[in-house]
Design a protein around this ligand. Structure first.
Ligand code: CMP
Length: 147
């Protein structure tokens, strides 16, 4: 089992898409192990996107991510990282696969609805940034039986 981090970005909140995006995760049987709405302060944004700090679009990205609270979610499932990345697809919604979350709901490269960790190493770093492991919920779902 793997756990990965998802952020539902401000356009998801502003466009009343939280439920629809979470439904996509649930349809794929991903188990929500932790979920919180939160405002991202400068410290957490600078850390989360430190690899983009020198990009010309960083100030736009930062102010966009602080426009509303985000919904931070940890999901656990067999191959959760790949599963969520496949649901999410390309950064640019216009390059995403039809049927993916970003294709169906994304409007721009900033307004691309969702962030999802791209590797096990990054998932572990990103999860620690948003919550403490002791807060994670462990419970059974009927769909666990397919594993
Ligand atoms: P995300 O998966 O959260 O990771 C970095 C984010 O930077 C990305 O999604 C985009 O929303 C944002 N971004 C804005 N402009 C660009 C760009 N030109 N190239 C890549 N990412 C961008």
């Amino acid at each position: 089992m793997e756990t990965t981090l998802i952020l539902l970005k401000p356009d998801t909140i502003e466009r009343s898409l939280i439920g629809q995006v979470i439904t996509r995760l649930e349809n794929k049987w991903l188990k929500i192990s932790w979920l919180k709405m939160m405002k991202l302060d400068d410290t957490i944004i600078n850390k989360h996107y430190d690899f983009l700090m020198n990009k010309p679009f960083f100030p736009i990205l930062k102010s966009y991510m602080q426009r509303t609270p985000v919904v931070a979610i940890a999901v656990t499932w067999k191959e959760a990282i790949k599963t969520v990345r496949n649901l999410t697809w390309a950064t640019n919604p216009f390059e995403a696969l039809p049927g993916s979350i970003r294709w169906d709901f994304g409007l721009t490269i900033d307004g691309n609805i969702i962030h999802a960790s791209d590797s096990l190493e990054n998932a572990q770093k990103e999860l620690k940034r948003f919550f403490e492991w002791k807060d994670i919920f462990e419970y059974s779902k009927i769909t666990d039986d397919v594993l």
